[in-house]
Write a protein that binds this ligand. Sequence first.
Ligand code: ADP
Length: 218
Amino acid sequence: MIPGARLIILGRQGAGKGTQCVRLSRHYVVPHISTGDMLRAAVREGTELGKLAKDVMDSGGLVGDEIMIGIVEERLGKPDASTRGYILDGFPRTVAQAVALDEITADKPVHVAIDLDVPREIVLERLSSRRVCRDCGTNYTAKGDEPSPWICDVCGGDVQQRADDTPESVSRRLDLYEEQTAPLIEYFATRRKLAVVNGVGHPDHVFKRLTDAIEVRR
Ligand code: ADP
């Protein structure tokens, strides 16, 4: 397999984008660029961006387009992404971001935007038991018998519920997804860049469906 791919992963919160992106990133040897992870790191480090984004994120709102476009443009300009490619997770999230991304990537357009499709009822169930390592971002599912504190198997960090995985914030994010992000599915379909992949089932099966969809377009 020749490394390299330029991918966008769309899908509801809890569709499994984070988990699948880690695997895709190893498979294609390209960076996994998650705007949510970048913002959470900024919040932890207390940078100007972090201070600005924290309240918006905790309430489940969206950070301004201009700020997000600036962050992504800078990241895509780094040598790993500009030579081998990338997996964009969490961006674009609005049509304005998608239009800006088209301009930023005019020389080397994305190969495919994947809609990792999981129905709302299923993601709601997954999100209520989602726990995440604060340090490396590995996702876990709480079953109710975990030790406290819960230590990450991968890096030894603290495994916790995300500050924005409260029922109110989840419901607001899912509503915003339908309003602002779902129109992107149409946007990429019109440009013949869309592949819809069923995200329900064992993660290995979902991964196989993803790579099958990517291979025909890469
Ligand atoms: P989720 O998809 O579970 O909501 P993410 O980890 O992708 O979570 O993002 C967490 C939060 O970071 C979002 O709810 C939003 O506040 C902010 N965010 C991430 N990416 C973007 C973006 N492209 N545009 C605006 N806000 C963003």
